[in-house]
Design a protein around this ligand. Sequence first.
Ligand SMILES: Cc1cc2nc3c(=O)[nH]c(=O)nc-3n(C[C@H](O)[C@H](O)[C@H](O)COP(=O)(O)OP(=O)(O)OC[C@H]3O[C@@H](n4cnc5c(N)ncnc54)[C@H](O)[C@@H]3O)c2cc1C
Length: 359
Amino acid sequence: MNNPAATNVLTSLASLSIKMHLPVKWAIKKTVYEQFCGGETLEETKLVLSELERFGIGAIIDYGVEGKESEAEFERTKNELIHIIQFAAGKKNIPFISCKVTGLTAFATLEKLNSRVELTTAEQKEKDALYGRMFAIAGAAADAGIGLFVDAEESWIQDAIDDLTFELMRRFNKQKAVIFSTPQMYRHDRLAFSKRSLEDAVQHGYILGLKPVRGAYMDKERKRAQELGYQDPIQPDKAATDRDYDAVIQFSLDHIDKIALCAATHNENSSLLLANALNDRGIAHNHPHIWFSQLFGMSDQITYNLAKSGYNVAKYLPYGPVKDVIPYLIRRAQENKSVSGQMSRELSLIHKEIKRRGI
Ligand SMILES: Cc1cc2nc3c(=O)[nH]c(=O)nc-3n(C[C@H](O)[C@H](O)[C@H](O)COP(=O)(O)OP(=O)(O)OC[C@H]3O[C@@H](n4cnc5c(N)ncnc54)[C@H](O)[C@@H]3O)c2cc1C
């Protein structure tokens, strides 16, 4: 993944080979899959879960299937998510699960909802089915005492996802934050959005769940905005994304009684900023409203050190059949391909430590 050209060729080949049913599953499974996923089934994740638990690290289980298109597949995803909640219930080390709305309805339906035009009878039926599925999942999570992260996706379906997430929070976050929405701080409008979200929480009397991320679809967003000639929703540069990410952390801490925060990031400065701010403000490391999270297979140096210092920290752990998690694996490969990326930083830290130990 340190080699951008190789990453581009291999990710394209991997998706093509899977589409053509070529026998490449074993190669993917032995390489990127093992690095980033917990197993093909929920049962298979048990090994990773107990290893994380040994170090006081929780897991956010994610059924890594997305981009499905049929009613039968959406129902299967819903049932699998409820199955994960039942599996997680009563287990201290699985505080959250996460879901992608694109696993529960067609992308075209979300685009339609996003445009806020009047729906046909068939489209209204699809919307009702999606809301029915999400309310069933959220209800099961609330009953089991498990949090539910609603992942953020492309900006041109995100309003539809946000509308649904607000409805869920108004219903299920009255006593504690069960539902978490995901502002992508690489968008220049998300700091204002996060502030408006708090206004909604105050108005409707619920605890706002926020899981800020920087955002995983930058190239796609910029390309589409350019092709269709609308204003790029992405910040002008990385510094602006970093500034808004850190601002949303400070904003959440300013309102810690009304906001539950999960800082989902591998950025060392942002993680340190939050860890230090808790100390400065005299907030307990394990305050129930403050979580840190990194993806499984990335930034262990942050996760394990935070856990060791008593902070609430959880790894985002996807599982699912190899062919279904390919889009997730491609996003990970793409975001790690630059030499300034996370993987390079981690590798150099490992090399430094090996040298220090004289191994
Ligand atoms: C637990 C967890 C859950 C996640 N859930 C989601 C999710 O629901 N939706 C989602 O989209 N992503 C999600 N992500 C991925 C996340 O959005 C980032 O892609 C990834 O974490 C890298 O950002 P970083 O904060 O770790 O740090 P860094 O490595 O410091 O930042 C890299 C990020 O900065 C931004 N960036 C880079 N260059 C520029 C530039 N020139 N201009 C503006 N911005 C730039 C991009 O977002 C890039 O990914 C999740 C990540 C974690 C850890």
